[in-house]
Write a protein of this length. Structure first.
Length: 247
């Protein structure tokens, strides 16, 4: 529907009853997901989803405001990190550079006061406000790291998504907590943190989450967030996107 026509319909509905306004809002939400559904299908196609593309689609389908060119913003962040690296992309400088750029300079941090708000799970909003939850903040670091060939990994730890810098499967490198300023944490600290949610979970051998696992968890977080907002239209459409992801 052309924007001008949509605006005329919304203006006419402004004076209508509550039921009409609610129905119009749901239709607008549904239209956004339908508009982006083909892009979502292409982004998550097997064998390997395109993580960045899929996350951008999620924000655009939901009509999220914030950073409109997510890839360009990630490019710019990567350039800043790259300026701080030694030529060999050494393990001992890479995470420090990420922390300096993402947390110290651009203030990316955990959303303490409003943890469950849906905006914390959309890249457009996270890059705009600097606020996110562990998985969304970690994925920013992963996507920045990928642009520079840095070994930044998201680890699908229960309850609290952690990051690892280095070779996770060999255990060479360091854990970090994206929610706490991407701070380095020891394996014992990581174990204690994860034990708050699952005492039986074993950190070793560590296996980085792949793109599909990240998207599955991301969608679960989004549906939980929208459920708290009682936004059934978002829930219905995200359930459809989730079904497309796993098929």
């Amino acid at each position: 529907m052309p924007a001008a026509e949509r605006e005329r319909i919304e203006q006419r509905a402004a004076g209508a009853g509550t039921d009409v306004r609610v129905a119009l809002r749901r239709a607008r939400i549904r239209a956004g997901y339908l508009r982006e559904q083909r892009r979502w299908e292409l982004a998550v196609a097997r064998p390997r989803p395109r993580l960045e593309d899929a996350l951008i689609v999620l924000g655009e389908a939901a009509g999220m405001q914030g950073v409109q060119d997510v890839s360009a913003r990630l490019d710019a962040l990567a350039a800043e990190v790259g300026e701080r690296l030694s030529g060999d992309r050494a393990f001992d400088t890479g995470l420090a550079a990420i922390v300096e750029v993402l947390h110290v300079k651009h203030k990316l941090r955990g959303s303490e006061a409003n943890y469950h708000h849906p905006s914390n799970s959309y890249l457009q909003c996270v890059l705009d406000t600097g606020l996110g939850i562990p998985i969304s903040l970690c994925v920013v670091a992963v996507l920045v790291g990928q642009r520079l060939g840095l070994p930044v990994h998201g680890m699908s730890t229960p309850g609290h998504f952690l990051g690892f810098y280095g070779d996770a499967e060999l255990g060479i490198g360091t854990w970090f907590d994206p929610f706490r300023g991407f701070a380095r944490i020891s394996q014992s600290q990581a174990t204690a943190l994860v034990a708050q949610f699952d005492e039986g979970f074993q950190l070793t051998p560590a296996r980085p989450a792949d793109e599909r696992q990240i998207l599955e968890r991301w969608l679960n977080n989004l549906m939980s967030a929208w459920s708290e907002q009682a936004e059934r239209e978002h829930l219905r459409n995200l359930a459809l996107y989730s079904a497309i992801l796993v098929r």
